[in-house]
Design a protein around this ligand. Structure first.
Ligand SMILES: Nc1ncnc2c1ncn2[C@@H]1O[C@H](COP(=O)(O)OP(=O)(O)OP(=O)(O)O)[C@@H](O)[C@H]1O
Length: 599
């Protein structure tokens, strides 16, 4: 557990470490205030028991003589003084606890920001081969567990440990034997309890992590594929699986919480027993003189009143941390990686500048294999796309067309071969500038639960959206007529993932999105497959209209879509099998001819 805490500390930024150090001063101040508050009760109780103390030579007697008050008044004001000391101590404690809790939660929030930033910066392949529910779970759930169940308890424990140490030292100075006996009893009792439950806590932590990941997965699968779920009648399967995972989660989490809190009652019993034993012991030692033992008993009673919850808090913190370390395990590697990434963050090319192809975009003898997959998807593929022309990519399903597009877009890097812009290889740092000039309409268009306007200007804050560009893009994507029928026009919300729209409407918003930035290279990956013949023709005519100013790459299964292309590449098993105009290919290529007949 200590090594994990050290590791967590190493993940803090320099400012966070400095702040933690400053907080320690506050923690020490709190401990002092608490101890002073407790100690001040001693002299007061001594005086209550025996007013003759005021006649002696002690500090209290000198103070009494200085004030010139009568005995009752002095006792009254002394009582008020003690109360003030206790109030001050409570105030400082409240303030410290507030600052500590704030610190823990701010660090937690920063960790989740770090993870979000890291995942957002990962290349396409990272996302293409992973699960988005896993990432969401790590940021939302595991980070929350680290915050609530590791960082926050650590902060609490930090304060209580310092306070308890100060308190024990002070009690020690009053009567070492009594203090030693008391502390030994408590520490031993807690140690025994902790040893007994430790294993259970670790096992529970793992169960919580696994069950929670499964719950997130089921939520994403269930709600994401609700249409299939409803049609296939799989609700029960999903419900059962969710129920099982939730039960496991509830059971483990409940047990962990109970195990962290349960010893309180046993410990209260031990504490009361100890106080009774102490009173009896002191009475015996002072031959039954109650006045003599009253101050000592009051200090011990108040000290244990403070120490008992402190011990309990330390124990609860340790068991909560132990039960949730698995949450830290789940995000540890990503957090380390995010720390390394932070240094390189400035190295990311800025979103400024564009690379504008004047002659050609080419792939030269490229090879590519998806990580973890056996065969090559692209196997020595070469093609050249003249600038300002319209090019079609066709081929059987799975032949590698989308992979070619991802490579042209700079989303994946070839294992061998090169992407050449005007004959120059595209370097990694220049990729951002290249992408600034690209517009893509993907097969599956992601729509956010926002207005049509916000979806066209995807990701831009509303104040930065250019109205003229929105209108132009909507017009070119043949959205005008559709928008006229909507009472709220561009303000209409589309529902999550555009659920309130038809496939064709979604596609046209996707096309408008690609046109919004007026990119010089447009890539349409099955972009018009959901449009009816007439709308598709209108969209394609508009696209062909600006073919003299843009380079356009079209993937289509419906071969009529690529009929007007200047050149068509036929892709087969990761290579270019043939190329030429539509008519040429129909005439000479049996596969192409076959495809036209069955399109
Ligand atoms: N993210 C990925 N991870 C692993 N393999 C992948 C991934 N994406 C695609 N593949 C594999 O690569 C091969 C080519 O896929 P690709 O999507 O490029 O083909 P395509 O010609 O565009 O197909 P379609 O016309 O059906 O869209 C397929 O066998 C596919 O299983």
């Amino acid at each position: 557990m200590l090594s994990n805490i050290k590791e967590l500390y190493s993940l803090l930024t320099r400012q966070q470490r400095k702040r933690l150090l400053r907080l320690q001063l506050l923690v020490v101040a709190m401990a002092f205030a608490e101890v002073a508050g407790v100690m001040s009760i001693g002299p007061f109780m001594a005086l209550v028991g025996d007013l003759s103390y005021l006649q002696g030579n002690g500090m209290l007697a000198s103070l009494y003589r200085m004030t010139g008050m009568n005995q009752e008044n002095f006792l009254f004001w002394l009582g008020n003084g003690v109360l003030l000391a206790l109030t001050l101590a409570a105030g400082i404690s409240m303030f410290t606890v507030w600052r500590l809790s704030l610190y823990g939660h701010q660090v937690g929030a920063e960790l989740s920001m770090r993870l979000y930033r890291r995942y957002m910066q990962q290349p396409w392949l990272f996302h293409a081969s992973g699960s988005s529910s896993e990432l969401t779970n790590k940021i939302a759930q595991e980070c929350n567990r680290v915050t609530e169940s590791i960082l926050a308890p650590l902060m609490q424990m930090n304060a209580k440990l310092v306070m308890a140490t100060f308190m024990v030292i002070t009690v020690f100075s009053f009567n070492p034997l009594v203090a030693l006996a008391g502390v030994t009893i408590f520490v031993l009792a807690y140690l025994v309890l902790y040893r007994v439950v430790r294993r259970k806590l670790v096992a529970n932590g793992r169960i919580v992590t696994l069950a929670q990941a499964e719950r997130f997965n089921l939520m994403q699968e269930g709600f994401g594929g609700i249409k299939d779920v409803l049609l296939l009648g799989r609700q029960k399967v999903f419900n059962d699986r969710f129920e099982k995972a939730s039960r496991r989660y509830g059971q483990a989490q409940g047990t962990t919480k109970a195990l962290a809190m349960a010893p309180r009652y046993a410990m209260e019993l031990v504490a009361f027993g100890a106080v009774i034993f102490l009173v009896l012991f002191l009475l015996k030692a002072h031959s039954g003189n109650l006045t003599a033992i009253l101050p000592l008993v009051s200090v011990y009673a108040l000290a244990s009143f403070k120490l008992l919850p402190a011990f309990q808090q330390i124990y609860t913190s340790i068991s909560t941390i132990r039960g949730n370390l698995s949450a830290f395990d789940a995000i540890r590697d990503d957090l380390h990686a995010s720390q390394e990434g932070r240094q390189g963050e400035n190295g990311l090319s800025p979103a400024t500048g564009v690379i504008s192809p004047q002659e050609s975009i080419a792939l030269a003898d490229v090879h590519f294999r998806y990580p973890g997959k056996e065969g090559k998807v692209l196997d020595g593929l070469s093609l050249s796309i003249p600038a300002k022309q319209v090019i079609g990519l066709v081929g059987p399903s799975g032949s590698g067309k989308s992979t070619v597009i991802d490579m042209l877009l700079g989303l994946i890097q070839p294992d061998g071969g090169e992407l050449l812009i005007d004959g120059q290889p595209l370097t990694l740092p220049a990729t951002r500038a290249w992408q600034n000039n690209l517009g893509l309409v993907p097969q599956a268009i992601f729509l956010a639960d926002a207005s049509i306007r916000e979806n066209i200007a995807f990701g831009l804050p509303p104040e930065e959206i250019d109205e003229a560009r929105i209108k132009r893009a909507a017009r070119m994507a043949q959205l005008d007529e559709f928008l006229q029928h909507l009472p709220r026009g561009l303000e209409t919300r589309v529902g999550e993932r555009g659920i309130q729209l038809s496939g064709g409407q979604r596609q046209r918003i996707g096309i408008a999105r690609a046109l919004y930035d007026d990119a010089e290279v447009l890539v349409l990956d099955e972009a018009t497959s959901s449009l009816d013949g007439i709308t598709e023709k209108r969209v394609m005519d508009t696209i062909h209209e600006f073919s003299s100013s843009k380079t356009i790459i079209i993937i289509a299964h419906r071969l009529a879509t690529v009929k007007q292309c200047d050149c068509i590449y036929l892709i087969k098993q990761g290579r270019v099998a043939d190329q030429g105009s539509y008519d040429d290919l129909v005439e000479r290529n049996p596969l192409f001819k076959h495809m036209t007949e069955h399109a």
